[in-house]
Design a protein around this ligand. Structure first.
Ligand code: XMP
Length: 516
């Protein structure tokens, strides 16, 4: 196994991800925990030093144990990790000056001597490779035994290595997207270390299960199931790890789609024999939302009620000490401010954050190191039906934010039917998987129409469909006119209460995906 010593970089998890993609088993451990004894016990086949925010020039900045260099295994140092290696082994690192600091894209050029680590690099004929840099300090003298194999304008020692000891150290971040060919370096490194790439998601599942058992012991865990992929995978994984020590609560706020509550509960009951409470609290939620039309007020009410309701059910579960959450790696990173300044709240997102503090519960977050697509793979592994895994995201406040203005049961009823027709159309045309998210919003306006020989005065609705990678930015989906026409006709014919259909062609930004 490979050990990643984490010095606090924002992108350490990306290193793990790149290695998982190469089917190599790795573990990330914070530098504080990596002692001599730890290293002996762990017996890594290779080590990676991550980047980090500190400066090696600062007295007392983080270091790996010296014994790491004596294990006889390959080591790869990245950014801060490179500087640590140089300083530990007798080189020199100098504190940042504006002309040597590099942030963002840089072009790395090779020196004369080719090395295995760089196989597949500098191949496109331009004689250089794009790499992403983010450093203030820089190496100014190499440690004995090291040579330079690549340079960039701000980093004369961009790629360095002591080939006899198989120590490699690079100033840039090969794990990030902006080093497009960076995975190749990891591939060469793990090959050199003797990994055969036979590790799989099945093995990761076993590892997570062992970790959960260790963390939880014989305590009881509660988990809020929303029916989305993240919370479902969390629940199933926990169930596999601790069986009856888990209780899942599915809070039905009455703002779900047509047949959704039944489908979610049925899927869990049919496939997994876990303790599941179906909390039908729709009267409570819809009652409190009556007459409310301000979007933020709606969101706040729903968020507050969700916590109250969850707490009510949790109180009935004796001895619950942990709360399980489907937090993913991007959530962890996004909660850390990059800019340092408070950002503006566009929408108060609804999640179960805030629950653990209020309830005095400890957190179990088994998916914390994973990305969405990896969670889907894990879901597969756990036997979640494919139709469930591939579902479009659905927001916590549900249909409340697709019903601008006042929410009434009548409007929700109409919205559910229109949405079902729309999604059915999308599936029938084979477009569901091409679209990130699609839904109908019912507009707070009635319009005049004519059907048969009579006048109608019904609601208008808007269809929304977007493509996106992460929901942060999005583009509207370019349906054909035939598709749009056919869908509008079907909705107006099949859904009583709607007599006009529009298509929302706003991208994000400036729009948001949801209407509120
Ligand atoms: P917006 O509307 O902000 O949405 O462009 C981006 C993505 O986030 C979803 N969304 C939410 N998800 N709780 C959630 O769990 C929320 O409060 C929430 N609000 C929006 C939205 O559906 C889209 O996928």
């Amino acid at each position: 196994r490979l050990l990643i010593i984490d010095f606090g970089s924002q992108v350490t998890q990306l290193i793990a991800r790149r290695l998982r993609e190469l089917n190599v088993y790795c573990e990330i451990h914070p530098y504080q925990n990596v002692t001599d004894a730890f290293l002996t016990e762990f017996a890594p086949k290779a080590i990676i030093f991550s980047g980090g925010p500190d400066s090696v020039v600062r007295e007392g900045s983080p270091r790996p144990p010296k014994s790491a260099y004596e294990l006889g295994v390959p080591i790869l140092g990245i950014c801060y990790g490179q500087q640590v290696m140089m300083q530990d082994l007798g080189g020199l690192v100098e504190a940042g000056q504006s002309h040597t600091a590099e942030f963002g894209r840089a072009w790395v050029k090779p020196t004369e001597t080719p090395i295995d680590l760089l196989n597949g690099w500098f191949m496109d004929g331009t004689g250089r490779e794009q790499a992403w840099m983010s450093h203030g300090d820089h190496v100014s003298r190499l440690a004995p035994g090291f040579e330079v194999f690549g340079t960039s304008p701000g980093a004369p020692f961009a790629i360095t290595a002591d080939l006899s000891r198989r120590f490699y150290a690079v100033q840039f971040h090969p794990e990030v997207h902006h080093t497009p060919n960076g995975a190749t370096l990891y591939e060469n490194f793990v090959r050199d270390a003797g990994f055969t790439g036979d590790w799989t998601m099945a093995a990761y599942r076993e590892e997570m299960i062992a970790n959960i058992r260790e963390q939880v012991g014989d305590s009881h865990v509660i988990c809020a199931l929303s029916g989305g992929v993240d919370s479902s995978v969390t629940g199933i994984l926990l169930h596999e790890a601790i069986g009856d020590q888990l209780t899942c609560v599915f809070v039905d706020h009455g703002l779900l789609r047509l047949g959704e509550a039944e489908q979610v509960v049925q899927m869990f009951r049919d496939n997994y024999n876990l303790n599941l409470i179906h909390a039908d609290e729709s009267d409570l939620f819809l009652g409190e939302l009556e007459g409310v039309s301000d979007p933020e007020t709606k969101r706040k009410i729903i968020g507050r009620l969700f916590i109250d309701v969850f707490q009510k059910y949790a109180d009935q579960i004796e001895g619950a000490q942990f709360l399980a959450q489907g937090t993913l790696y991007p959530d962890v990173i996004e909660s850390v401010s990059f800019s340092g300044g408070p950002s503006v709240t566009i929408k108060s997102h609804h999640n179960v954050g805030g629950l653990p503090e209020k309830m005095g519960l400890k957190l179990v977050e088994p998916l914390r190191g994973l990305f969405k697509d990896e969670v889907r793979t894990l879901g597969h592994e756990l036997g979640l039906p494919a139709s469930f895994i591939g579902r479009h995201p659905f927001p916590g406040p549900g249909l409340a934010i697709r019903c601008p203005g006042e929410i009434t049961r009548e409007k929700l009823e109409i919205l559910r039917k229109a949405d079902a027709v729309y999604i059915d159309q999308i599936r029938k045309h084979g477009l569901y998987d091409e679209i990130w998210q699609a839904f109908v919003a019912i507009l707070p306006v009635r319009t005049v129409g004519v059907m048969g020989d009579g006048r109608t005065y019904d609601f208008a609705c808007a269809l929304r469909a977007v493509t996106s990678v992460d929901g942060m930015t999005a583009d509207y989906y370019p349906f054909s006119h035939e598709f749009l026409g056919e869908t509008a006709t079907r909705i107006i014919n099949e859904v009583k209460g709607i007599n006009r259909v529009t298509y929302d062609i706003t991208s994000k930004p400036p729009g948001t995906i949801e209407w509120e």
